[in-house]
Design a protein around this ligand. Structure first.
Ligand code: 5AD
Ligand code: SF4
Length: 470
């Protein structure tokens, strides 16, 4: 049994990160372990988790398990969890209640919890004491070990917990079953060393570890050969990419290398304003296949709150970066993340955030009420603002964000834009995204699915556009 420890997760060492680059191979016995059995996986949280689930699915299928969308039919139920806010916790425990009922009826079912919550000491404590019936808990650093953990669990039928608090190796060649045939997630780095005071990610995902650029490029080249149209380069803080490598590289250089593979569309997320340098902006503006789309979390527009958050930039520095991005990248779409109700945030602080939203005119924003996360410095800060006041701030912020989202979308009316058609929309025609990540409902024929086509925008809503293929 390996249990997570908050104390260990808080530490950073200078230890070299081992790279495992061998082929991922399983024994003949493991390859047959899931024969005749179905798995169901539920994924919470960010794109990183979505991509981890794509890896987990492929691992399970290499063990002969088959996927089912109906969790009542499954022999193996896995919850890939998120820890970022309290409501992610609550959702997962809510679903776990349903799984418990099912397991009472069908005791042979194996249940597993992985992802960011599995990295939390207090969660694993609870799972050991109150949820003894959960068979397996494994963390974000050892996804590749799932076959061995599962084999042990099936043989012993005791609770198996294998969570490593410290960053593991960078493991290459984990198989992947991608959800889309046209758009792919590509990890470029794991973990984060920024330690913003509200954020649990540096504890659940560990120290920053970058993948080697040549291996990222070869993954993208392979995707090009398979006909993929778009890659999203993923990391918690992609702008810091490469600083930790033995042969240091940076995000601008990597972006250029990926652009040269000829993949039609490239985007990246998430950026931290701190590491966004001019060279990177120049690369984005020089390659047509790098999408003019930047997600740049603001978190707060008040210098006082930014300092308490440990964000390492001021409002003025953020605004200067945005103005540079807008000047150098024509047609830029800019989105952001904002937290309201951080401990000590006053009405004046909040109003500064509103001012920044007005200046930046975001295409859209993800907005959150601060949620204290155990083990983070902000969880211990004095918080006197009432929930009612926080809800009011969120409401006001969202109203402003929507106003600009609508205004930005209006600029598209009558224009012809490139859309990657992904498939049927809920309304019965087709749907896809522009290179600025605007959702478009498209009138067109099915032959366009998986292609980037010219679409004339005929109608505009706050969160989507309508158009027809021209
Ligand atoms: N409370 C509320 N929002 C948070 N985020 C991260 N941690 C917290 C927290 N403790 C938000 C940030 C981040 C996004 C992914 O989630 O805005 O950018
Ligand atoms: Fe993703 Fe962070 Fe949630 Fe983990 S805690 S799933 S890294 S958003």
């Amino acid at each position: 049994m390996n249990l997570p420890s908050l104390k260990e997760a808080q530490k950073r060492t200078r230890n070299k990160i081992p790279f495992i680059e061998e082929k991922y191979e399983l024994s003949e016995d493991l390859k047959k372990l899931g024969q005749g059995k179905y798995y169901y996986i539920k994924t919470y949280g960010c794109q990183m988790n979505v991509h981890d689930s794509e890896n987990i699915k492929a691992i399970l299928e290499s063990m002969s398990f088959q996927e089912t969308e109906d969790f009542e039919q499954a022999d193996f139920i896995l919850l890939n969890t998120c820890a970022i806010r309290e409501n992610a916790h609550n959702k997962m425990f809510g679903f776990l209640g349903r799984v418990k009922h099912l397991k009472e009826e069908r005791p042979h079912i194996i249940t597993a919890i992985c992802g960011c919550m599995a990295q939390e000491e207090s969660v694993v404590d609870a799972l050991m004491k109150k949820y003894k019936w959960v068979d397996i808990v494994f963390g974000t650093h050892n996804i590749h070990r799932l076959p061995y953990i599962l084999e042990r669990s099936m043989a012993r039928r005791e609770q198996e917990i294998e969570v490593f608090s410290k960053e593991g190796e960078v493991v290459e060649n984990i198989p992947v079953k991608r959800d889309s045939k046209y758009k792919a997630w590509v990890n470029i780095m794991f973990g984060c060393d920024k330690f913003c005071t509200y954020c649990i990610v540096p504890y659940t995902r560990g120290k920053q570890r970058s993948r080697k650029p040549e291996l990222i490029v070869s993954e993208v080249e392979d995707l090009v050969k398979k006909g993929y149209q778009e890659v999203t380069l993923l990391g918690q803080n992609v702008n810091a990419y490469g600083k930790d490598l033995e042969d240091p590289c940076d995000m601008g250089t990597l972006l250029e290398m990926v652009a040269k593979t000829g993949i039609p569309r490239i985007r990246f997320m998430t950026s931290h304003p701190w590491d966004f340098n001019d060279a990177m902006i120049d690369v984005i503006s020089s390659y047509d296949n790098i999408m003019p789309y930047v997600h740049l979390p603001l978190q707060s527009g008040s210098d006082r709150i930014l300092k308490l958050m440990g964000r390492r930039y001021t409002k003025a520095q953020y605004l200067e970066l945005v103005s540079k991005l807008k000047e150098k990248i024509p047609n830029l779409a800019l989105t952001t993340d904002i937290i309201v109700g951080f401990p000590g945030e006053t009405r004046e602080d909040f109003e500064e955030t509103l001012e920044v939203v007005k200046t930046c005119e975001y295409d859209s924003a993800f907005t959150f009420i601060f949620s204290p996360r155990e083990g983070t410095p902000a969880a211990k800060m004095k918080d006197i603002t009432s929930l009612e006041e926080k809800n009011q701030r969120l409401y006001e912020l969202n109203a402003l964000v929507n106003e600009y989202a609508n205004k930005k979308n209006q600029e598209y009316l009558g224009k012809v834009v490139k859309v990657l058609i992904e498939g049927p929309s809920e309304k019965g025609n087709l749907m896809g995204y522009t290179e600025t990540m605007k959702l478009v409902n498209v009138d067109g024929n099915e032959e366009t699915i998986g292609k980037i086509v010219d679409v004339e925008i005929t109608d505009v809503k706050t969160w989507s556009l309508d158009g027809k293929v021209v």
